[in-house]
Design a protein around this ligand. Structure first.
Ligand code: NDP
Length: 300
């Protein structure tokens, strides 16, 4: 069976194009969508992510600023900065780049960001609203997975979705999205983790298998049902002397063997990874629209 390749780039571009008229509408109403990204320290990977976020904003005409703080920033200083950004009307989205240096409490920071500006969708208020099926800013990576499924018209209604991984940023929100009574969800969901016994018993029953473990190529062909849809969230560097950089990127799924078995699959790179920033842009625009509506006392 020749698996269909689900290209994140195509979907991400479609998402971003869909935002342009919404951004114009906000600007016409006097609100320029704005995102501020806070980076503490000099982690090279985080610096690349932050640069990519700024570039995406620029390409869409979203106002953005990056606040770079030294690695020895105190909790009090970071808290105070978040308070100022919460009160700053130029920014509809605030993103504090994770991971933070070890002496800083990431939970305290996530909870300090105003839920209205929580474009990462990690605030307990956002999580609670997601669980209750209320309108909210959704965590970017799982929302990106949903967007890929919708774009490629992959039926989720009544399907059995198995999520492998239960992190707060991918696995748990993925679970919470997939069981919602909504058009692009309404699935029966199983979630697996390191405590799961006989993993393949579960994965083999998946119509849609979503993997986010950080374990390179752990899902082998024998763990996948014939014709399943496989979404690989994993991004892992593995040593490769044949590459100039000395490494290559692989997912959590053994792509070459699994693609022979499934009906559709996301590649790594080129799959889910490209969706996260597009969904961040979408959340920023949504937060700006909510701000416009609030300004107009709910009149659209
Ligand atoms: P975490 O390390 O936070 O969580 C990994 C989860 O996988 C945990 O719940 C863990 O279980 C589970 N797990 C680990 N090993 C196994 C195993 N052998 N069997 C079953 N379950 C296992 O990772 P993240 O969720 O943050 O990230 C997962 C992957 O997704 C990574 O490769 C990461 O790089 C990628 N990622 C990609 C993004 C993007 O594309 N933009 C964004 C975020 C992540 P337990 O809870 O029991 O420890």
């Amino acid at each position: 069976m020749e698996a269909k390749i689900l290209h994140g780039k195509v979907v991400a571009e479609a998402v971003k194009e869909g935002l342009r008229p919404r951004i114009e509408k906000c600007i016409k109403k006097g609100v320029y969508p704005g995102l501020v990204v806070v980076l503490v320290g000099e982690d090279p990977a985080s610096q690349v992510y932050v640069r990519n976020k700024a570039r995406a904003c620029e390409s869409l005409g979203i106002y953005s600023e990056t606040r770079c703080l030294s690695v020895d920033t105190t909790q009090k200083e970071l808290n105070e900065l978040v308070d100022r950004l919460n009160a700053d009307d130029r920014f509809h989205g605030i993103l504090v780049q994770m991971p933070l240096p070890k002496h800083l409490d990431d939970i305290e920071i996530i909870e300090r960001i105003s839920p209205q500006k929580d474009v990462d969708g990690f605030h307990p208020m956002s999580v609670g609203r997601l669980v209750q099926g209320q309108n909210t800013l959704l965590p970017c990576t799982p929302a990106g997975v949903l967007e890929i499924l919708a774009y490629y018209n992959i039926e989720t209604n009544g399907k059995h979705v198995v999520v492998v991984g239960r992190s707060n940023i991918v696995g748990k929100p993925m679970l919470n999205l997939m069981y919602q009574k909504s058009k692009h969800a309404n699935a029966t969901v199983t979630i697996c983790h390191t405590g799961t016994r006989n993993m393949e018993e579960h994965t083999l029953r998946a119509d849609i298998l979503i993997v986010a473990t950080g374990v390179p190529e752990m899902i082998k062909a024998g763990m996948v049902k014939d014709g399943a849809v496989v979404i690989d969230v994993g991004v892992n560097r593995v040593d490769d002397d044949t590459r100039k950089k000395g490494y290559r990127l692989v997912g959590d799924v053994a792509y070459d063997e699994v693609k022979e078995r499934c009906s559709a699959i996301t590649p790594v790179p080129g799959g889910v990874g490209l969706m996260t920033i597009a969904m961040l842009m979408k959340n920023t625009v949504q937060a700006a629209e909510d701000h416009v509506n609030l300004k107009n006392n709910g009149k659209k």
